[in-house]
Ligand binder design. Structure first.
Ligand SMILES: NC(=O)c1ccc[n+]([C@@H]2O[C@H](COP(=O)([O-])OP(=O)(O)OC[C@H]3O[C@@H](n4cnc5c(N)ncnc54)[C@H](O)[C@@H]3O)[C@@H](O)[C@H]2O)c1
Ligand SMILES: [Zn+2]
Ligand SMILES: [Zn+2]
Length: 395
């Protein structure tokens, strides 16, 4: 089959690799019809290279049609089912899964690296599991993992259930915004866009979005978001306070992560890590500060006293300076983490099945491309060229 494979910093290729097969009775093989390119894939493209291996198949936002089912999964799934696959690899049966903490599944936890549940296509830190930017995908624990979706509507209506929609739902949930409350969302990439729409659907009154890319600000405005353009405002926190009764929002979501625009020192550290031999580079990424914290620290200054900061963006370093005095003095609550995808599906499914499309799933993908164009798509998405906000591959 054809698949997108990692070969080095900013070097993705489309290659022929062996077809996956059923290896366990709970497996299924899914023929992929649509598969997303995520902001998290950009971390592999740039900063997390030291944890990748040449030829690793990437991607973690797939959906498609079940082609083959193992004997145990066959009770729940049939050949021909239309399914979306969550990016977490979780068993559905362990202590963590019983509590809905699927991103911490104890069956797939990567203990050799002291990490949570395995993820598709996401470095040796997360199990080096072959990913979903490919023609076929082996899905472990498929009886639990696969989200069955109805026939009829186009793939995009359901595709985002694999990652960015539940991630946005969790990000908003963790921000603990009361009905009629106020929320600010840093980063208007696909995740941030969906956070603002989930906020509206779940009853937030004031929704503010912050970014520096014109098309992204424009997309948010189409969905009734008050936007702040980072390039035009010196003191973002003050500008947001002005929009929220002078107090600051109840909750702030950081949907940016480690490659935030603005931190020159950390940008240098990210570049330096890329030049080191592998063991030294791994240590630098894991133990030293390579994160660009601009969005995160702005989130802390912005949120009202007693409010909540919810971090959906992915961070990687260890000794980054956090403004502890401000966190303490303002009495903040902070929540982090990988999304527990399946935990939110029952809440979201009715909204994506609704033909009125209240979350605007059809206003997200700016580029639909064949898999063969993945190398240029990665470069375009990273540079935010050609108005690119979200790429969906159609293998
Ligand atoms: N927690 C999870 O389970 C999970 C799941 C999916 C994605 N993510 C993470 O969420 C983040 C966003 O993903 P995405 O696909 O939307 O990526 P993206 O890279 O398209 O979006 C990031 C956005 O942040 C903006 N930005 C950069 N610096 C900023 C700053 N200082 N202030 C405000 N905005 C700034 C960029 O212009 C961009 O629009 C990434 O870090 C990704 O890894 C986490
Ligand atoms: Zn993702
Ligand atoms: Zn589990």
């Amino acid at each position: 089959m054809r698949a997108v494979t990692w070969h080095g910093k900013r070097d993705m290729r489309v290659e022929t690799v062996p077809d996956p097969t059923i290896e366990d009775p709970r497996d299924a093989i899914v023929r992929i019809t649509s598969t997303g390119l995520c902001g998290s894939d950009l971390h592999l493209y740039e900063v997390l290279g030291p944890f990748m291996h040449e030829g690793d198949v990437v991607g973690h936002e797939p959906m498609g049609i079940v082609e083959a089912v193992g004997t145990e999964a066959a009770g729940e799934l049939s050949v021909g089912d239309r399914v979306v696959i969550p990016f977490n690899v979780s068993c559905g049966r362990c202590w963590m899964c019983d509590r809905g903490l699927y991103a911490q599944c104890e069956t797939t936890q990567v203990r050799s690296h002291d990490k949570g549940a395995a993820l598709y296509g996401y470095t040796e830190l997360y199990g080096q599991v072959p990913g979903g930017q490919a023609e076929y995908l082996r899905v472990p624990y498929a009886d639990f993992a696969c989200i069955r979706v109805p026939e009829g509507p186009v793939d995009e209506r359901f595709l985002y259930l694999s990652d960015i929609l539940p991630t946005a739902w969790q990000g908003y949930d963790f921000a603990d915004v009361p009905k009629g409350g106020t929320v600010a969302v840093f980063g208007l990439g696909p995740v941030g866009q969906f956070v603002t729409r989930v906020a509206r659907a779940r009853g937030a009154e004031t929704v503010v979005g912050i970014d520096l890319v014109p098309e992204r600000l424009e997309m948010a405005r189409r969905h009734d978001v008050t936007t702040i353009d980072l390039r035009e405002v010196d003191d973002v926190a003050a500008a947001i306070r002005d929009l929220t009764d002078g107090r600051g929002p109840d909750g702030v979501v950081d949907a940016v992560g480690m490659e935030a625009h603005g931190s020159t020192m950390a940008a240098f550290a990210q570049h330096a890590a890329g030049l080191l031999p592998e063991p030294a580079a791994q240590a630098m990424v894991e133990k030293l500060g390579v994160d660009r914290l601009d969005a995160f620290t702005a989130a802390i200054s912005t949120v009202r006293r007693g409010g909540t900061v919810s971090v959906s963006g992915v961070y990687g370093g260890a000794v980054d300076p956090i403004p502890m005095l401000e966190v303490f003095d303002k009495g903040l609550t902070m929540r982090f983490g990988q999304c527990h995808v399946k935990r939110w599906i029952d809440d979201i499914l009715p909204l994506v099945v609704d033909d009125a499309d209240p979350l605007g799933t059809l206003d997200m993908a700016t580029h639909k491309l064949p898999l063969e164009r993945a190398p240029e798509a990665y470069a375009m998405f990273q540079a935010k060229d050609d108005g690119c906000i979200k790429v969906v591959f159609e293998p």
